[in-house]
Design a protein around this ligand. Structure first.
Ligand SMILES: *[C@@H]1O[C@H](CO)[C@@H](O)[C@H](O)[C@H]1NC(C)=O
Ligand SMILES: *[C@@H]1O[C@H](CO)[C@@H](O)[C@H](O)[C@H]1NC(C)=O
Ligand SMILES: *[C@@H]1O[C@H](CO)[C@@H](O)[C@H](O)[C@H]1NC(C)=O
Ligand SMILES: *[C@@H]1O[C@H](CO)[C@@H](O)[C@H](O)[C@H]1NC(C)=O
Ligand SMILES: *[C@@H]1O[C@H](CO)[C@@H](O)[C@H](O)[C@H]1NC(C)=O
Ligand SMILES: *[C@@H]1O[C@H](CO)[C@@H](O)[C@H](O)[C@H]1NC(C)=O
Length: 632
């Protein structure tokens, strides 16, 4: 839909071209004998006005609601005519003009598009051109030459007025304009809203001119409701939700998103239309790790708790049913935006996000960016709301800024009367950038895949350091196993270091590859073989850091890899102490029961029990698990 451009009047005070037989200020004598200069207004303040424009040239009325904020240097006008609304946003500092009609937006350079605007252009005495709206006319403190006409028997709509005249030249009409400006007479009339400094307010502008064929035209702009101050919300200074203006001068880049984070997402959508009183709210938890290309999604459906794990390395989707404790694996063939949460935070796609301005969300000022996004099944816009710079997130450990607060997704729904917008609100809370536990992406409950429980050990003088930096050690272990075996992260599961008198026993599960997926061709037995080979030749090196970020390297005990076998739901084995060997005849017998426990939201449930012949060591178990039961 083409924007219906407005009949802008181009006015320049190019005096040499002014036809002084039509407009002449020289011999004007005020009819009241006074000498009053035209009221001036403080142009760094805020004003609003309603105006109605009628002309014998156009057979329709234009209604104008206009807002001017001299502090932000932004002007907004809403022009209504023939059932159409034209929104203009003039950002004077950015030299940017937006025209919006029928939800379509066009972007112009303010200084190069006078003819497109509903505004006037005037030349200042210094020769520069200025764009002036209906309201701006009065707020410009008319530096152009003008003459006081008087106040005697001068009324507009029954209001006693003082009038001034000025002569302007319109480039567009190639003709001289005679402009009569009427302000209330402060001696005889007070405005409804009486504010100091605005004793005399604008009431009407009358513009007369002749075209080339000597046709005479008169235009009246009636001003009502002139008010200092603005009733608009700050967010009305910016384009409305769902409107993308291609090619804007984007002032602000989107904030950076960390590589891994988690959040709680509340999706709210009305059932029928945006104004419907019924709708749905669903809450879920997302966890994204862009480095490992893993995504986790926890939600409830029909009373059942589900966890979905998406692995972008293999393009596999694991759907874990927490109630039945089963799992299905699907290949994500069509990675369309519909079921691809990774896309949500990928900001560098085209068309680019554009900065809109600020809006308030849940009482917080946010910076808003918009981009059109679409898929095969839908089209719409995404509007990301991030906390504005002034807001900080106070947490016990850190101060954070610019967190995402809302993704407003305006879905375009085709209807007989054009597209209807259906907004879906994705409210974000608990945005957490702290390190994600790698086992949050555990799929070991997917028992349809073969697996093997394994164990090896680390004996080192760094024992105490390992013990004190368990999380980093775990991550180092996973990385070492991944590097050696070349399997995807998701196939290394339930890894737990067990600390016992100078030796760390590493228990873990390797999962068979799913033949559905691509991107991970390593078979389980080959993975075990490479790991075994590496450990036999004492090449498996595990690196981790302590709290001061100091790096440590520890090698796995040569030949310590052994398989654990399953029996009655526990994985049991006996072995001889490697260091002491058989020679001492001393058997260090362990029975390690490996209870398979369901995953708990956000946490790993790997609980290990070590039962020793002489003494019982429970060790530093995974007490993170709130469902931990002290049963052995
Ligand atoms: C104009 O208004 C601004 C903001 O309200 C104020 O700071 C400034 O002093 C005013 N200027 C004049 C000349 O009154
Ligand atoms: C309008 O402003 C831009 C800078 O924003 C400038 O490059 C351009 O020359 C100006 N155009 C006119 C017609 O003054
Ligand atoms: C889990 O089992 C239930 C009952 O047998 C079945 O209805 C459901 O589809 C299964 N879910 C998955 C994810 O395999
Ligand atoms: C979304 O927009 C694209 C490009 O304009 C178009 O090709 C596609 O058909 C649209 N999809 C829908 C569902 O309207
Ligand atoms: C721990 O190991 C040391 C030798 O490394 C040994 O002397 C000590 O008896 C062991 N303690 C237990 C409780 O096994
Ligand atoms: C590791 O390799 C050795 C020697 O080839 C073999 O005896 C042992 O069974 C292997 N262990 C595992 C866990 O495959």
């Amino acid at each position: 839909m083409k924007i219906l451009f407005f009949l802008g009047l181009l006015i320049g005070s190019i005096y040499c071209q002014i036809d002084d037989t039509f407009c002449n200020l020289d011999n004007i004598v005020p009819d009241d004998g006074e000498q009053v200069s035209i009221p001036s207004h403080n142009s760094s303040e805020r004003f609003q006005i309603s105006a109605e424009k009628n002309s014998n040239k156009n057979l329709f009325t234009v209604e104008i609601d206009e807002f001017f904020d001299g502090q932000s240097n932004i002007g907004i006008s809403i022009n209504t005519f023939i059932g159409q609304k034209l929104y203009t946003y003039s950002y004077y500092d950015q030299n940017e003009l937006l025209l919006i009609q029928n939800e379509k937006c066009k972007v112009y350079k303010l200084n190069e598009s006078y003819g497109l605007t509903p505004f006037y252009v005037v030349n200042s005495p210094d020769g520069t051109e200025h764009i002036i709206s209906e309201l701006g006319f009065f707020l410009s403190n008319l530096k152009i030459q003008n003459a006081y006409l008087g106040s005697k028997n001068r009324y507009v709509r029954g209001i006693p007025v003082r009038e001034w005249q000025t002569c302007l030249y319109s480039k567009k009409e190639s003709s001289t304009l005679k402009v009569t400006l009427s302000f209330t007479n402060e001696k005889l009339w007070v405005p409804a809203l009486s504010i100091k400094g605005y004793e005399s307010i604008p009431v009407q502008a009358k513009i007369e001119y002749k075209d080339k064929d000597s046709n005479y035209f008169t235009e009246y702009i009636s001003y009502t409701q002139f008010k200092p101050g603005i009733l608009l919300q700050e967010e009305d200074y910016f384009t409305r939700s769902g409107i993308y203006c291609e090619g804007r001068i984007t002032k602000k880049p989107l904030p950076n998103i960390p590589n891994s984070f988690s959040l709680v997402l509340q999706a709210a959508q009305s059932s029928v239309g945006a104004d419907s009183l019924i709708g749905t709210i669903s809450t879920s938890r997302l966890e994204l790790d862009y480095d490992k290309k893993l995504f986790r999604y926890d939600y409830r459906l029909n009373g059942i708790r589900y966890t979905e794990i998406h692995d972008r390395t293999t393009n596999l989707k694991y759907v874990l049913d927490r109630y039945h404790r089963n799992c299905s694996i699907q290949l994500m063939q069509d990675l369309s935006i519909e079921d691809n949460p990774f896309e949500l935070f990928e900001f560098n796609k085209d068309p680019p996000f554009e900065y809109v301005g600020q809006r308030r969300v849940r009482g917080v000022n946010t910076d808003v960016w918009i981009a059109p996004r679409g898929g095969e099944k839908w089209n719409g816009t995404w509007e990301w709301h991030f906390m504005a710079d002034g807001w900080i997130v106070q947490e016990s450990t850190a101060i954070k800024r610019n967190e995402p607060l809302l993704l407003l997704f305006n879905l375009n729904v085709p209807s007989p009367n054009g597209n209807i917008k259906r907004p879906i609100y994705y409210h974000i809370s608990n945005f957490d950038q702290t390190r994600i536990d790698i086992f949050d992406f555990d799929v070991s409950t997917c028992t349809s895949l073969k697996n093997q429980h394994l164990r090896f050990s680390l004996t080192s003088d760094k024992y105490e350091i390992m013990k004190n930096n368990r999380l980093s050690l775990r991550e180092g272990l996973v990385n070492a196993i991944k590097e050696t075996t070349q399997v995807s992260y998701i196939r290394i599961s339930q890894l737990e270091p067990v600390f016992d008198n100078g030796t760390v026993y590493v228990l873990f599960t390797l999962i068979e590859r799913s033949t559905l997926g691509t991107g991970d061709q390593i078979k389980l037995k080959d993975a075990i073989k490479s790991l075994n080979d590496s450990i036999i030749s004492s090449k498996l090196s595990v690196s981790f850091v302590d709290l001061d970020n100091k790096n440590y390297e520890v090698k796995a005990d040569g030949g310590s890899l052994i398989p654990l076998s399953e029996r009655n739901g526990r994985y049991e084995y006996s072995y001889y102490d490697i260091k002491k060997g058989y020679g001492g005849g001393e058997v260090a017998g362990f029975i390690i029961g490996f209870l398979i426990v369901g995953l708990v939201v956000g946490l790993v449930a790997g609980i290990f029990f070590i039962i020793r012949r002489q003494s019982i060591t429970l060790g530093p178990l995974s007490f993170l698990n709130p469902n931990f039961k002290n049963e052995a």
